[in-house]
Ligand binder design. Structure first.
Ligand code: NDP
Ligand code: OXD
Length: 315
């Protein structure tokens, strides 16, 4: 069995080493090695370069090295009919929940304001502070990541709701689904957390119309956006315009339409924008290679892998 590690921007040699440890006795290759494409049985990919999947006629499965697989779905060389498997792993899930809870709390507790006050040696103790129970968080997407983050936010006391494609029920979380559920979901949301996959149905969904639909009567002085899903879910020009117009109070963005975020982007220096470099939930190589090894064992035992992507919906 031969597994090819196909990544252009993560250290392929580190991943290959971890795969060798997780899959003893198997042949592990990286792009650039000398191999016959038809001999490859499994690919483990993250943003593979163009052509990396070409001619892989003997493939049994393709593994994404993260939770989102948009870069695989958009690859014209992805062989038809081959199972695509994504990461579902507690390590990744917990990292994402840390990010979401951290940034919801940072907005609730005005972290940027006090950072500026310290820099300017200002002692202004605001005595009119809302509690978590006064703030309505809405998650776009209640999948593996959204559900865990939602439950942890609810535990902190926030009023939490989620929006999904198909109706869901999660204890302690208000749920909305589909086109009809979107307007009431937005209207009750002070902090919008985006944890959707990038698909043809979700590209550009966080636009002027969506931002204008958020609650205006909340305790934070205006709606807040946190996007830890994918950059192409958002229209950055609309986010900037909404910040200027006051339709949006602040944004925390981990993902961008173009990554790395270009040096000239006004988002870098906007006083109401927090930028993180697409690492809300990094894929930890030991955890992810162990997940892939478990799924290969399942496939070879004739079982369904966990994290199988529905190629029709794209996630
Ligand atoms: P899941 O596939 O488990 O969940 C996706 C959720 O989005 C589901 O609730 C699904 O609805 C909902 N959804 C999908 N399409 C639509 C739609 N058209 N309308 C409404 N709801 C929709 O994904 P994960 O939770 O595991 O991950 C979410 C995304 O987070 C990943 O795809 C990836 O892009 C991103 N991510 C970002 C990271 C980072 O570091 N910034 C790290 C890891 C992931 P339903 O329940 O009805 O299917
Ligand atoms: C992922 C990511 O999809 O890190 O896992 O973005």
């Amino acid at each position: 069995m031969t597994l090819l590690v196909a990544t252009a921007n993560w250290a392929a040699d580190v991943w290959a080493e971890r795969f060798a440890a997780a899959l003893p006795g198997r042949r592990i290759l990286v792009l650039g090695d000398d191999y016959e494409p038809a001999d490859i049985r499994y690919v483990a990919a993250w943003k593979q370069p163009a052509g990396a999947l070409r001619g892989l006629a003997g493939l049994k499965a393709v593994f994404g090295l993260g939770a989102g697989v948009d870069y695989l779905m958009e690859d014209p060389d992805l062989p038809a009919g081959v199972p695509v498997v994504r990461v579902i792993d507690p390590d990744l899930t917990h990292r994402m929940s840390e990010y979401v809870v951290l940034h919801c709390l940072a907005h609730l507790r005005q972290f940027r304001r006090y950072e500026a006050q310290q820099r300017d040696r200002v002692w202004d103790d605001d005595r009119d502070q809302p509690a978590a129970r006064d703030v309505r968080v809405g998650l776009l997407g209640l999948g593996e990541l959204g559900t865990d983050a939602a439950c942890k936010l609810a535990m902190m006391g926030f009023k939490v709701a989620g929006w999904t494609r198909s109706p869901r029920s999660v204890q302690g979380i208000e749920t909305f689904a589909g086109e009809a559920g979107l307007t009431p979901f937005l209207a009750r949301t002070d902090i919008l957390v985006v944890l959707l996959p990038l698909t043809p149905a979700t590209e550009g969904i966080v636009d002027a119309r969506m931002l204008a639909g958020l609650a205006r009567d909340g305790r934070l002085g205006g709606p807040i956006l946190i996007n830890a899903g994918r950059g192409r879910l958002q229209v950055e020009a609309d986010i900037l315009a909404a910040l200027e117009a006051g339709t949006l109070k602040a944004a925390t963005l981990d993902v961008f339409q173009t990554e790395p975020l270009p040096a000239g982007s006004p988002l870098w220096s906007h006083p109401a924008v927090t930028v993180t470099p697409h690492n809300a939930a990094m894929s930890e190589p030991s955890a992810v290679t162990a997940h892939v090894a478990r799924q290969i064992a399942r496939i070879e035992a004739g079982e369904m892998p966990e994290g199988l992507v529905d190629r029709a919906s794209g996630y």
